[in-house]
Design a binder for this molecule. Structure first.
Ligand code: GDP
Length: 650
């Protein structure tokens, strides 16, 4: 089987090596590969010499450039890999600088991704998912794409009490084929999955925005799609509005389920028009929001709702890497008398396996058993799968992150370190959590970290809410944006505090007080609540806060002029300028600008000011003095010293 001619062999090329060679980041190499239609697994790719040469040419042309090409729908983890930046740095930039709550596996909105990349010193250019393939692709063989795979969407149901959230979740669960096969016996583990011919959906089983936002407040945004349930016989109610605010704030796509359409007094059309009043514009009204009429009792419309969820998920192109590093989040956890600590984990990335040594928040352990929502034991769980795990040493908190370590000991060490840190933080009186108060915001602003003042406004009647909101929104300032992120009638609730904590907001009450639960939660989460009975006091306070939050501005104020008449060279003390104050005054702390004719030869501070041989605090017009400058001696006879103070003007 003789082979004629020398065929060049394809070889595996490491992206990191190429990036290093050309002084680029991995994402830039990836961009060139995309241009050539070359598939890679993010680590390496196969190429023969011809292709590699072309790639090298492309990279050569990119040298020194800060442009990174990425495919759409990137996660923070993808961006970390593309820029060759450690994942914690990416998370810090997102959370601290950009105030974006996202896990490593959250698909970022395009503008957020762009801003993130920019923060890290690069410019993002979106690549076409199906880039045209120029000639080199002819030499390419089809390759298995490792890495991101489509994953089921994670859905949360929100809405006003009694509008049918639980009924809808129950109906969907019961109608679910897998559950039927098991005699309809499902375990409550905080989440379940629905298997449909078109795909799988993961539902979080704790309805309501309190749970939704509690997770967010802890930095865990697991929901991909929110379902807002509105009863067709009742219409939009206060908690519906709260839920809308929470979902909008979390930037999660929303599908509206208009429920109870089986009822005689159902009026779905009224719900549609009410939605528009709250800036949720249904598709029927020319907007973007999908609205599905359903009945959680008869099941009418539910299959359509599920279809729409899958459609929305498809648009979002949700992906995760089952082979990647495990990243998950605790949905709920409890201490079970017989089984010990039990936690429901939603795996977001990677695959969690029995026997894995895990760190969960400040707890650790080895996974002894895993069960799905049907109570079936599982050996492994991939992305978007909720599983109950046994084997932790302690009960973690909802929202805690799950990571896999190399062994139990490593996991324990990390957990202990975290527990110790948390303990020290409590002792020091500073919770590890972000403090949400005016003074903290001021500090953050001074550090250049935030330019938004988020407010949640509650008042006794709708009229007051509108009045307060209207006045607050008029408070304008170049440097600080004042945003009312949620409003409501009635006492400040625990939900408000959770939202405040998640969105770094302050709760404002006008003629209302916080509920006891809200007060407790605010103390715990260090959220500031400010209550007022006089609207002008409220506005004045916010105005003052906004002013206080301005980065301080400084201005020079001229104080006087001094003429240097003679230069004395005192060998031990150095040179001294024998001077005369011709105008105003000069002080020991003055800033000075030295002019020689028209030219400014030096700017700095006074080093010493003497009246004959005595230190002087201040010398005024008509007096003679001895002057030295801070770190400068090149003054000459005839130089004019202009003294000024720097004062803060706001
Ligand atoms: P939640 O507080 O939002 O979880 O509401 P529930 O699911 O507990 O429902 C409140 C009440 O409304 C219960 O009595 C349900 O039986 C009833 N309900 C829920 N959905 C429907 C529906 O589609 N049609 C009718 N007729 N009643 C419903």
């Amino acid at each position: 089987m003789g082979q004629t001619g020398v065929k060049r062999k394809a070889m595996q090329v490491a992206i990191a090596d190429l990036a290093k060679e050309f002084g680029l980041v991995p994402g830039q190499v990836g961009g060139v590969l995309l241009d050539f239609g070359i598939e890679s697994d993010g680590v390496g790719f196969d190429a023969d010499d011809d292709v590699l040469e072309l790639v090298r040419e492309g990279l050569q042309g990119l040298k020194g450039s800060k442009v990174v090409s990425l495919l759409p729908n990137r996660t923070p983890r993808d961006i970390a890999a593309a820029l060759g930046v450690p994942q914690p740095d990416i998370q810090k930039t997102l959370m601290l600088k950009m105030k974006v709550m996202a896990t490593l596996t959250t698909t970022l909105k395009p503008e957020v991704a762009e801003q993130l990349v920019e923060q890290l010193g690069y410019q993002l250019q979106w690549a076409e998912p199906s880039a045209p393939k120029p000639e080199p692709s002819k030499t390419q063989k089809p390759k298995k794409v490792v890495g991101a795979q489509p994953r089921p969407p994670v859905v949360t149901i929100l809405g006003h009490v009694d509008h049918g959230k639980t009924s809808l979740l129950d109906y969907i669960r019961k109608a679910n084929v897998a559950a039927k096969e098991h005699g309809g016996i499902t375990q409550h583990i905080g989440a379940y999955q629905v298997q449909l011919p078109e795909g799988v959906i993961t539902f979080l089983d704790t309805p309501g925005h309190a749970a939704f936002t509690a997770m967010r407040a802890r930095g865990a945004q697991v929901t991909d799609i929110a379902i807002l349930v509105v009863a067709a016989d009742d219409g939009i109610m206060p908690q519906t509005i709260e839920a809308i605010n929470h979902v909008k704030n979390a930037d999660v796509p929303m599908i509206v389920a208009v429920n109870k359409i089986d009822k005689a007094d159902a009026n779905p059309d009224k719900v549609l028009s009410q939605l528009t009043e709250h800036e949720v514009v249904p598709e029927a009204y020319g907007g973007q929001t999908i609205v599905c009429p359903v009945s959680a009792i008869t099941g009418e419309g539910v299959p359509h709702l599920l279809e729409m969820i899958l459609l929305q998920a498809e648009i979002m192109q949700l992906t995760a890497d089952p082979k990647g590093e495990v990243d998950g989040v605790v949905i709920e956890a409890k201490l079970d008398k017989g089984r010990g600590p039990v936690a429901t984990i939603l795996v977001e990335e990677g695959t969690l396996k029995i026997g894995d040594a895990v760190v969960v928040g400040a707890c650790s352990g080895k996974i002894k058993a895993m069960m799905n929502y049907l109570g079936e034991s599982m050996r492994e769980a991939g992305p978007s799968t909720p599983v109950e795990i046994l084997g932790l040493g302690d009960v973690p908190l909802a929202g805690d992150r799950v990571e896999v370590e190399k062994d139990e000991r490593a996991a324990r060490e990390i957990a202990e370190e975290r527990a110790e840190k948390a303990r020290l933080a409590v002792i020091a009186g500073t919770s590890a959590k972000k403090i949400v108060s005016l003074s903290e915001l001021k500090k953050q602003l001074e550090e250049g970290e935030t330019k938004d003042l988020n407010l949640i406004v509650r008042a006794d009647v709708q009229g007051s809410v509108e009045a307060v909101r209207g006045m607050i929104e008029k408070i304008e300032n170049e440097e600080v944006t004042v945003k009312v992120i949620s409003t409501g009638v009635g006492s400040i609730t625990e939900g408000d505090i959770l939202l405040a904590s998640a969105a770094s907001a302050i709760c404002i009450g006008f003629n209302v007080k916080p509920e006891p639960g809200a007060k407790r939660e605010a103390e715990r989460a260090k959220v500031e609540i400010r209550t007022y009975n006089i609207i002008y006091e409220l506005i004045e306070d916010i105005e003052a806060a906004v002013k206080g939050m301005l980065a301080p501005k400084f201005e020079e104020v001229y104080t006087g002029t001094v003429e240097i008449r003679k230069v004395f060279d005192l060998s031990r003390q150095g040179k001294v300028a024998g001077s005369h104050v011709t105008d105003g005054k000069i002080t020991r702390n003055s800033n000075v600008r030295i002019r020689r004719g028209q030219e400014v030869v030096w700017t700095g501070k006074v080093g010493s000011l003497k009246n004959v041989k005595q230190d002087a605090r201040e010398m005024i017009a008509g007096q003679d003095c001895g002057l030295q400058f801070d770190g400068w001696e090149a003054f000459e006879e005839g130089d004019a010293v202009e003294a000024f103070d720097i004062v803060q003007v706001n």
